[in-house]
Design a protein. Sequence first.
Length: 232
Amino acid sequence: MIASHAQAGIDRERVRRIVEDVLAGGFHARGSSADSPLVVNVSARHMHITQEHVEVLFGPGAALTPRKPLYQQGEFASEQTVHLIGPRRRLLQNLRILGPTREYTQIELALSDSVFLGIDLPVRMSGNHEDTPGCLVLGPKGHLYLERGVIRAQRHVHMNPADAQRYGVRAGDDMNLVVEHETCPVVLGGIKVRVDPRFKLEVHIDTDEGNACDLNHAGSVRLEKPAHRAPR
């Protein structure tokens, strides 16, 4: 029997819509720099998809329908969602697809989703699918078994070249995200730098990480280069 990720005894449809509206945009915090404000967004579980797989799941000729724009220019949460089934035969419902379509299909989940589905997920940068697991994806018009591409996304920061110069970093460098909080200040390391002229300054962390540092109630956030440790 396939278990559901929903709970009984409540108006599940109403709760689902409220949660989806919140998570489609992610909760966020802003830094204090006036030159280039730092935005930290929680990236809820989601799927990137090829046009071929859109048509497998939603029917021939189907296309992603924008529902809500995301912070990065041209990206959006679509109206389309899918269900996932993992090795534990549990159903993860209403996974949001982000657009536009890409050259690869990828699913990004949090650690708690990994435990629920029974998938041992590696932490990877987007597009790095080597030795990654897959899962069964269910759409309204069809299904596909994704052989690989299910990951926990490496926490990262989008920067344009001017931002990278200001911080003194290059693509691939690691940074720390300092979250100032009245009761639970946190430093998240391993924020991987991504640089592109199209990017706006934005850190992405997942829902587990956002909950752990209570990001929605943070006093402030900032990025720092890690201190170099003296060799032993």
